[in-house]
Design a binder for this molecule. Structure first.
Ligand code: GUE
Ligand code: MG
Length: 287
């Protein structure tokens, strides 16, 4: 068996085309949505991601607002920028690029954002809405990487109803929220969340119909560990010898039915979902 590819790059391209139409429709009504980014410090990977987000904006017709601050920015200075974007009518939604320097409390910054402008879906208010809302369509932004995982599967015609999904990793951007999306009634999956304290990972991997690997440990999911025919989403990113390396050993493709490559899988979907959150916010405000 060789797995079929969950092509995140092509799917994101399709989504961006759809968003381009929606942005044009907003523009016809005199609305130009804008995405803001706040980047603190000069980590090259973070700077590269932020540049990509601005390129994506230009591609679909969104305005973008870029705020770059030096590494030694204080928490108060960053809070001042957050408040500025909260008040800026040209800014429909924005993100604060993570991770922040160690002297800044990420939770304080996220809570200071206007939840209505939270393009990442990481504000506690929006995470709370995700917890509270199981049945109705979501009217608040969902975290981009989890939403990208769900969208990547559904756009390849894969139905998760009744499937056992094993999520590996408990980070706040992926591992914890992705189960909330997958257990909504419209998806109806059964979810197990494994982490470094899990003692029976081999047993769980052998059972899982779908594996979402978001641990950030290069090639930790091996070919012989998975259930034959499983669907594999490779979310974790490490750099090994300067190369982007996922959590799933590429040999696992021999035993899987579907696999998302990394790069080229969930990464581009994350970016597309960020744009979608901004467009949806603008549409909500316009209606
Ligand atoms: N507030 C905040 N929101 C984020 O969404 C956020 C963040 N902070 N901090 C860092 C992580 C990481 N992240 C990625 C998004 C896209 C790719 C992506 O498109 N990667 C390409 C290329 C990978 C490469 O070659 O480096 C791919 O997977 O094909 C990667 C990583 C968003 N993050
Ligand atoms: Mg990727």
């Amino acid at each position: 068996m060789t797995a079929q590819i969950l092509d995140g790059k092509a799917t994101a391209k399709q989504i961006k085309q759809e968003l381009t139409q929606r942005v044009a429709a907003l523009q016809e009504r005199g609305i130009t949505p804008g995405l803001g980014t706040i980047l603190v410090g000069d980590d090259p990977a973070s700077a590269w991601y932020v540049r990509g987000k601005h390129r994506d904006c230009a591609e679909v017709g969104l305005e973008s607002i870029r705020v770059d601050l030096p590494e030694q920015t204080t928490q108060e200075e960053l809070l001042a920028k957050v408040r500025e974007l909260n008040e800026d009518p040209a800014c429909t939604g924005y993100i604060v690029q993570l991770p922040l320097p160690k002297h800044i409390d990420q939770d304080v910054i996220l809570e200071a954002m206007d939840p209505a402008k939270d393009a990442d879906g990481l504000h506690p208010m929006n995470l709370g809405r995700l917890v509270a809302n199981v049945n109705k369509p979501l009217t608040s932004p969902a975290p981009c990487t989890p939403a990208g995982c769900v969208e990547l599967l559904s756009r390849h015609g894969l139905d998760l109803k009744g499937k056992h999904v094993l999520v590996i990793g408990r980070g706040v951007t992926i591992g914890r929220p992705v189960g909330l999306l997958l257990t909504r009634r419209d998806v109806n999956a059964t979810v197990t969340l494994a982490h470094t304290g899990t003692t029976n990972l081999p047993e769980l991997l052998a059972q899982a119909d779908v594996v979402i690997a978001a641990a950030g440990q290069a090639h930790m999911v091996k070919a012989d560990a998975i259930k034959p025919g499983a669907i594999l989403l490779d979310v974790g990113v490490s750099r090994v010898d300067g190369k982007v390396t996922g959590d799933i050993d590429p040999d696992a493709a021999q035993h899987a039915s579907w696999i998302s490559p990394n790069p080229g899988g969930v990464g581009p979907m994350t970016r597309a979902m960020l744009l979608a959150n901004v467009v949806e916010t603008a549409e909500r405000q316009a209606s």
